[in-house]
Design a protein around this ligand. Structure first.
Ligand SMILES: *Cc1c(COP(=O)(O)O)cnc(C)c1O
Length: 402
């Protein structure tokens, strides 16, 4: 079905009583990349033939090796998901006897929960206005006697100032861990992600760049850390019935690894497809006042995975109104990391923070449809919808109020 904007009056909008633009097949912001079935089956046959399903099987080992090569790191430890990758790495790296984790607030919605699972306390810091990423200067002002860890997170578009964070870590002695889920493919000054800080954490959830249904991994160059992480991932066992420390079960299984390997085989092609979608968004949003597309820094390697726009002051509606209009059309755009973490209800200990830059930015950005299932025709149609909304903004406002 080729989507078309069959709307001439504001009343034709789904939010004002008309039919939805996408009936039955919503378009979303989730990557949902689908690698070649034959590649997936080929990798699956390996564990099937070997009668190995989990516990360091051949396909997980192959995946770990491929990922370590991809990131240029010595070690890769695969996990059941990104959440437990982060819990493992935070626990392993946090300085003993100290409790605070310095981290941004404008970030992944569950990141503070992860810190709480480690029995540590989030201390939220400001982001840089231009990059939306954790600001090393702001982070420095949050570091004190009780700081256990510096948790840098890459924003959705481009990377945070990892080199600035590395300098801060070196000058203060606070270990640096990176959540690099959004920057799997990226480089910073030509250096691949994966090798910054003490370790980096990634996710292979179906919505991410590499789809393992669910999954995650940690990269590091530190052999002791890698050993400890691998051990803690599997109940703390080292060898048979030899429990060295308190562990969890965060192992990745073979079939997830098979899917992820098929995704890695397709990765370069995926980036080509992502780039084509991004170029289409660039063309279609060009000249639309009030909607600013966040540009990928093409002097670095980038995945072009997720499309983020800012609604600037000359956009006639609020972001909440705009999202409501789009969502009713089954265009499932989403607010960018909103509300920020410090403004959410938290049932665990955290350091209260006042973050005016974060508060202001948190109301301006949204994710646009992207990923495997979104076609160029979809992008053309959604851009046209935005133009329609802009043209009829006054009447739409009245209609929404009524
Ligand atoms: C998705 C995500 C995670 C968590 O990964 P899961 O595999 O879903 O547990 C962590 N950090 C960021 C930035 C994410 O986007």
């Amino acid at each position: 079905m080729t989507p078309q904007l069959r709307k001439t009056n504001p009343q034709d909008l789904a939010a004002l009583g008309g039919g939805a633009m996408y009936d039955g097949r919503p378009i979303s912001t989730s990557n949902l990349v689908r690698p070649d079935i034959e590649r997936f089956l080929m990798y699956s046959r390996m564990f099937h033939d070997a009668h190995r399903y989990t516990n360091d099987g051949p396909v997980v080992k192959m995946l770990e090796q491929r990922l370590a090569e991809f990131h240029g790191t010595r070690f890769c430890i695969a996990t059941a998901n990104g959440f437990w990758a982060l819990v493992l790495a935070i626990q392993a790296l946090a300085r003993p006897g100290r409790r605070e984790v310095v981290m941004p607030s404008l970030t992944y919605r569950r990141l503070a929960d992860i810190v709480a699972w480690c029995d540590l306390v989030p201390r939220f810091c400001e982001v840089d206005e231009a990059t939306l990423a954790i600001d090393p200067i702001a982070a420095a002002s949050c570091i004190g006697a009780d700081t256990a860890l510096l948790l840098g997170v890459h924003p959705i578009v481009n990377c945070c100032d990892v080199e600035g964070l590395e300098r801060l870590s070196a000058s203060t002695g606070v270990p640096l861990l990176l959540d690099a889920v959004e920057s799997v493919y990226e480089t910073v000054n030509g250096r691949k992600t994966g090798g910054f800080g003490r370790a980096e954490c990634f996710s292979m959830h179906a919505s991410k760049l590499v789809n393992g249904f669910e999954g995650g991994y940690i990269t590091t160059d530190d052999p002791d850390l890698a050993h400890r992480l691998a051990k803690t991932r599997a109940f703390g066992f080292f060898g048979q019935d030899n429990v060295e420390n308190l562990g969890i079960n965060a192992k990745l299984n073979e079939i997830h690894a098979a899917m992820a390997l098929a995704g890695l085989d397709d990765l370069e092609d995926q980036v080509v497809r992502n780039r084509a979608r991004y170029r289409c968004w660039q063309r279609e949003l060009h000249g639309l006042a009030g909607v600013r597309l966040l540009a990928f820094d093409e002097s670095e390697r980038c995945s072009f995975k997720t499309i983020v726009v800012e609604l600037t002051d000359d956009w006639p509606l609020s972001r909440a109104e705009t999202l409501a209009l789009l969502n009713r059309e089954q265009v499932l755009s989403r607010a960018y990391y909103s509300p920020p973490l410090h403004a959410r209800p938290m049932r665990y200990e955290h350091v209260p923070a006042e973050l005016p830059v974060t508060d202001r930015l948190a109301n301006r950005f949204m994710l646009m449809p992207c990923g495997h299932l979104v076609t160029e025709a979809d992008i053309v149609a959604v851009a046209e919808l935005l133009r329609f909304i802009r043209r009829h903004a006054a009447a739409i406002r009245e209609g929404l109020a009524a």
